[in-house]
Structures are given as C-alpha cells and as structure tokens.
Design a protein around this ligand. Structure first.
Ligand code: MRU
Length: 350
C-alpha cells in the first residue's frame, strides 16, 4: 500500500480527508486558504509532520495570486497569511516550523522579482514534503534497531502514514522492523475523544498486514500488568529543549504506567518537532477543543447530558524522566536530554 497523505496536485493541495476514515478513503482538493484552515482545525489533515507539510504548501497557496507590486507589499501579505495559518492549531511545532521556514525564504530573496520569490516558496514547501518522507524512513532506520523479533508494542493516537507525508514516525519504526523480517504485534489505544487510534492507526496497520489489536484507553494498565507489552512507542507534537514531550492526551498516563511496569517508553519524532526556544514542557501551548468532541461519539450520538461541563485538552506533556529515548531522523537521543538534544541538533545545523 503506498498512500500519500498530502501533495500538490493540479495547482491545489490534495489531502486524504481523515474524518472519513475508516469508512472511506476520500481525497479533497483545496485551493483557498480558508478551506485549508478549516481542514486543519477540523482534523481532515492532522498529525504534527502532516501539519507542517500542509502549512508549508498553505503559505504558497495563500500568496501565489498576491497582487503585491514590491517586496514590502508582498511581505505584508505573507505575514498576514502566516498569522492566519498559525491560528488554526497551537500545539504541533511542525506547523510553525514550516511557516517560519517558507517565510524566511522570501526574506532571504527579497531583492528578486515577486514571481521568482513565489516560485522559491513553492520549492521550499515541496522540499518540506520530500524531507519528511526521508526523515520518517530515517526514524524507522534508527528505531527499527530497538525492536526485537516477537515484540509487542503499545501505541496511542496516530503517528503513522496519515500523520506524516507517507511513512510515519512511531509507526515508521514498526514498518521498518517488519521490513527487516521481524514479527511484531501492536496494541492500539482507541484514543478518546476523537478516536485517531481506533479509526486511523488500526486502519493503516491492517493495510500493511501488521498484527494489530484495538484496546480501550483504560485497558492499558491491565495489559501491562499481564506482561503483554514489551515497549511503548508514541509520536510527538512538540518536544521542549529538555526533552519534555507534548503528544495526544493520554500519552503521559501511558508513560507513568510504563515506568511502573519497567517497560521502555519511546518517543519518535523528526527534528522539526523540537522547539529549542522553550526550556521545558510548561511552555508548550496545549490546545483545548470543543465540548462536543467529548459529549458526542464522533459528533453523532450524544453520550452525555447536553450542558455538562467538559474539559477537553487535546494533548498532555510527558516529562523527560519518563522517556527512555527519543528516536529522531538524526539518531537516537538518550538522557541527559538537555545536553544530548542540543548536541544532536547543533551538529545537524552546522
Ligand atoms: O490531534 P491530532 O490527531 O493532530 O494529534 C496527533 C498526535 O498527537 C500525534 O501522535 C502526533 O502529532 C505525532 S504524529 C507523527
């Protein structure tokens, strides 16, 4: 199965509409920035690296028809669109990283004609997509070494093909292990409230022929106690400079459970998910989403009284002391994280 979550096709952004899965594999074509904003907000495209790819293309989409006559005017357009796309979702670092990266190309080429700058923005957005495909395979290469034959892995949310351009981070590690001929079993937490695990992760693992079992989120503790989990591997939305990691709500709980049962807990993410501007996880903005996501089953069937108070943070932060290692495209980072993250990322940017 070769699936591309996001690409540029016929002058539009082509996306898998992830809200339709697992019922249908349906693509949507986006040719205006408001529709992209909504696609991000309402999770038609989701997962940190895929959000980076969408935001990069989004910047180009937003300014490709700009009528600006000089760089000053163009730069104002660009800033406005960058702010607009940034307002869609706050937590995934990749979204902001991609916006900053594409916008910086404009500034660096400010003396060139606007038409050329537009072309360069497009090239940069395409580069982000190509690099994500390579980075995820590299995460798979490094992480695959940690997986033993017959391992059983627990994961949460979706950190696979659908959350990236075409391979996955946490699931990329599993795909690589399988490609190397290792047998693996995967338990997937359903991931309340929006069921990314149940709807998306099981779907893509089954398509890849991987032995997958769906569990309710509250089954994880019992499963670990029964000795049925060898490793936990999750993705990440933002990693602070000390290794504290934001990921889907429920990840922190899994990390505590893993520590309690002496099970290694791994985070898999590309370098573009790291935010070295923040000291620790306290500074990671956590998105709070609508009550209806909790009071209704996937916006259809009410399961709680209409006006009940709801608290619905989409992410939580796992402190670095609960993380055994962070698997990146540049290699595996082990504690002490502050020192080792800086070392790896500095070496990389030289
Ligand atoms: O709200 P979502 O579905 O965008 O949340 C996604 C996650 O939490 C993923 O685990 C994370 O982005 C890593 S994706 C490789």
């Amino acid at each position: 199965m070769r699936i591309k979550t996001i690409e540029w096709k016929n002058n539009k952004i082509k996306l898998i509409d992830q809200t339709k899965l697992p019922k249908k594999l349906e693509y949507i074509y986006i040719n205006d920035i408001k529709s992209l904003w909504k696609a991000i907000k309402f999770l038609q495209v989701r997962g940190a690296p895929a959000l980076g790819a969408a935001a990069g293309l989004g910047i180009y989409l937003a300014v490709k028809d700009s009528k600006a006559k000089n760089f000053n005017e163009f730069s104002k357009d660009l800033d406005k669109q960058a702010r607009y796309i940034s307002s869609s979702r706050p937590t995934a670092r990749n979204l902001f990283w991609a916006i900053e990266r594409v916008c910086s190309i404009a500034l660096r080429n400010k003396n060139k004609p606007i038409s050329i700058i537009k072309e360069l923005l497009f090239k940069e957005a395409q580069k982000i997509i190509e690099e994500d495909a390579t980075a995820c395979r590299s995460i798979g290469f490094h992480g695959g070494k940690l997986i033993k034959n017959n391992d059983t892995i627990l994961t949460i949310c979706n950190a696979g093909i659908l959350a990236t351009v075409d391979y996955g981070t946490a699931l990329g590690v599993i795909y690589k292990a399988k490609e190397e001929g290792k047998k693996v079993k995967v338990f997937v937490c359903e991931t309340r409230p929006l069921l990314q695990g149940a709807r998306l992760t099981t779907w893509e693992l089954m398509k890849k022929g991987i032995d997958v079992t769906l569990i309710c989120d509250n089954t994880a503790a019992a499963l670990m106690k029964e000795g049925k989990v060898d490793k936990v591997i999750t993705g990440a939305d933002r990693i602070a400079s000390n290794g504290d990691t934001a990921n889907k709500i429920g990840t922190f709980g899994l990390a505590i459970l893993a520590q309690n049962h002496n099970i290694p807990f791994y985070v898999a993410a590309p370098i573009s998910t790291f935010d070295l501007s923040i000291r620790n996880g306290k500074f990671i903005p956590i998105e709070e989403r609508n009550a209806e996501e909790v009071t209704q089953i996937f916006f259809k069937q009410p399961i709680a009284p209409r006006n009940v108070k709801v608290y619905n943070p989409a992410f939580d932060v796992t402190p670095n002391n609960l993380i055994t290692a962070i698997i990146t495209d540049k290699g595996i980072i082990k504690p002490p994280y502050k020192k080792n993250i800086r070392r790896l990322i500095k070496v990389d940017s030289r």
